[in-house]
Design a protein around this ligand. Structure first.
Ligand SMILES: [Zn+2]
Length: 83
């Protein structure tokens, strides 16, 4: 889903799939495969691979369990419309 979301700091949007990432390092992990044959992880693959969307809808890497707030899971933000 593309939007006119403002990118700031180290945030970026994947030009291929349109997902937003909180850091370019997270985006790099979302792109897999050899140079020239890069492809995107799907949302499902990212979810099972330890990626999570933060409060603002940007993908982040899962934080350590000891620092995890009790409601830290996909779909728990913004009314739970995301799956
Ligand atoms: Zn992508």
């Amino acid at each position: 889903m593309r939007s006119d979301r403002k990118l700031s700091g180290d945030r970026c949007m994947c030009p291929t799939c349109g997902e937003y990432f909180n850091r370019t390092s997270v985006f790099d992990r979302h792109r897999i495969g050899k140079l020239g044959e890069k492809r995107c992880l799907t949302v499902t693959q990212m979810d099972s691979g330890g990626f999570r969307k933060n409060l603002h809808g940007y993908w982040v890497r899962k934080i350590a369990a000891s620092r995890r707030p009790p409601n830290w899971r996909i779909g728990s933000f913004g009314g739970g419309s995301e799956v």
